[in-house]
Write a protein that binds this ligand. Sequence first.
Ligand code: ACO
Length: 309
Amino acid sequence: MSLELQFEETIAHDQRLEPRDWVPDAYRSTMVRMIAQHAHSEIIGMQPEGNWITRAPSLRRKAILLAKVQDEAGHGLYLYSAAETLGADRAELTEKLVTGRQKYSSIFNYPTLTFADVGVIGWLVDGAAICNQVPLCRSSYGPYARAMIRICKEESFHQRQGYELLMTMMRGTEQQRAMVQESVDRWWWPSLMMFGPPDADSSHTAQSMEWKIKRHTNDELRQRFVDMSVPQADALGVTLPDPDLRWNAEREHHDFGEIDWAEFKQVVSGNGPCNAQRVAHRKAAHDEGAWVREAAAAHARKNDERRGS
Ligand code: ACO
């Protein structure tokens, strides 16, 4: 059987492709793009919430937030390793991130203005991430699919801590409730943008569905997320900032308003509220860590020499 046929059979039988298997160049580059973008998102995603670690209102909240931000670092490293199984070079991926040649999720280019944002990011942003990533546990590339299983488990802890924080604030003072609502108003629409452009404008969806990298389209997952969030918002006692949001009995889904795609394009092309700050911070952290990488490489070299002698 030719290598190409073997590849097609693996996909047709819903089996996983592994690092040693032959895959077409386009499959490899799609997978590297998607995994790298995901890894960068986890690493850049540490910044908006990391901003609140020193100002968390209690030891308990600080410990939870610290653990969560550390989890994001772990996810990033895990995903960079998955990209390496496809032949990508980690240093090159970082270089592409800090020079704007590779993307990361639009959502992390918005500022975290109040502590309620920590809760809302957990509820909506991590909720959207889970919605998008659970089907990726069945993605056709083995190392990515397996990474997703662990990552989704941790993301669901993140989502719950966010929702619990918001529940606590909603049981608090009038001011705290207003703070939660104000935060929901800012994060709702950017969370919907996380799922990517509408299907009609999505350049990769059709091919990625064919290769079973993606199991659902961007619009399908966005709809699932809206349907999921409405009862959660009710239970919380907040209003989602969309006057067109209503149940459509015929479709058995919620209808919702038009997303500001011009804003999405601006943010993705580097002109969102915090893009410059996020990338500059990442670059500074990478530059400041150069001595650690050098020391680790020297240590590994010495160990190799000792073993060789
Ligand atoms: N932010 C930034 N870029 C985006 C976003 C977004 N929210 N959505 C889509 N894009 C980019 C795509 O990477 C693609 O870039 P390219 O032109 O450089 O190729 C372009 O916009 C067109 O989009 P699609 O054709 O729809 O791309 P794709 O099929 O890859 O779908 C999606 C995008 C849904 C984000 C997919 O890549 C995916 O599921 N990725 C894995 C999950 C992930 O990366 N999550 C990160 C945030 S979650 C978190 O870290 C907590």
